[in-house]
Design a protein around this ligand. Structure first.
Ligand code: PXP
Length: 240
């Protein structure tokens, strides 16, 4: 299972002072040196953390693969087609939210998401859609032409009741299995940390996880290299 690191929170710290450091580009390089399989950044409409400059430089410097997380808007599709990241993950975006709050409602946003997927694919960019763990969304993602899904693990990560956790994990497992059987790439992310990653890594159909907050939070105390290696060690104990 691949580990991709979301570096948005390095940029959040920079933007707290509107200064030039810490630089998420440098952070991305250290993540890669520590063994990360990819770098993720979310260029939000309000540019609250990652800036256009970051995305352009990351495209030049990232040696693994760059996943541009983005809303399915004309502006973002145009930027993606200019930058040409390895892949784009389409997410719902609300201005007031602290972070992405849930998966895309593909039925409601069908036209917008399909149009974005078509343009991204025409440009040669792989596409992933961020969805809740439910098989109907997998069918819609396939109909829309997405190459991959990313299953939203935020609810699983927040739950406290053991039975509810088991139920949510089962939904993630079933959705992963169905998507894999239908030939899709299966990614997962949101709210994953050094404890709950074990349950997710045990779902063999999940190809890749995208983790930001917990790794950058640990890095404040241990450094980015150790924070990435600690997560990789846990994953590698379960998966190759
Ligand atoms: N995947 C998606 C689609 C996200 O929006 C985010 C948050 O930016 C993540 C993964 C990473 O979540 P976290 O920062 O909680 O690890």
């Amino acid at each position: 299972m691949r580990l991709c690191i979301n570096i948005d929170h390095i940029a959040t710290l920079r933007q707290a002072r509107l200064e030039s450091e810490p630089d998420p580009v440098l952070a991305a390089g250290i993540c890669e040196l520590a063994g990360a399989d990819g770098i993720v950044c979310h260029l939000r409409e309000d540019r609250r953390h990652i800036l256009d400059r970051d995305v352009h430089i990351l495209k030049q410097t990232v040696k693994t693969k760059l996943d541009l997380e983005m809303a399915a808007t004309d502006e973002m599709v145009k930027i993606a087609c200019d930058v040409m990241p390895y892949m784009a993950t389409l997410v719902p975006e609300k201005r007031q939210e602290l972070t992405t709050e849930g998966g895309l409602d593909l039925a409601a946003a069908e036209l917008k998401v399909s149009a974005a997927i078509e343009k991204l694919k025409d440009a040669g960019i792989k596409t992933s859609v961020f969805i809740e763990p439910d098989p109907e969304s997998v069918d819609l993602a396939i109909e829309m032409g997405a190459d991959m899904i990313e299953i939203h693990t935020g609810k699983f990560a927040r739950l406290k009741d053991p039975l509810e956790i088991i139920n949510e994990l089962e939904k993630i497992r079933q959705t992963s299995k169905i998507a894999k059987e239908l030939g899709m790439g299966v990614n997962a992310g949101h709210g994953l940390n050094y404890l709950n990653i074990t349950a997710i890594a045990n779902i063999s159909e999940i190809d890749e996880v995208s983790i930001g907050h917990s790794i950058i939070a640990r890095a404040v105390f241990t450094g980015i290299e150790n924070a990435v290696k600690d997560m990789l060690n846990i994953i590698r104990r379960i998966r190759q």
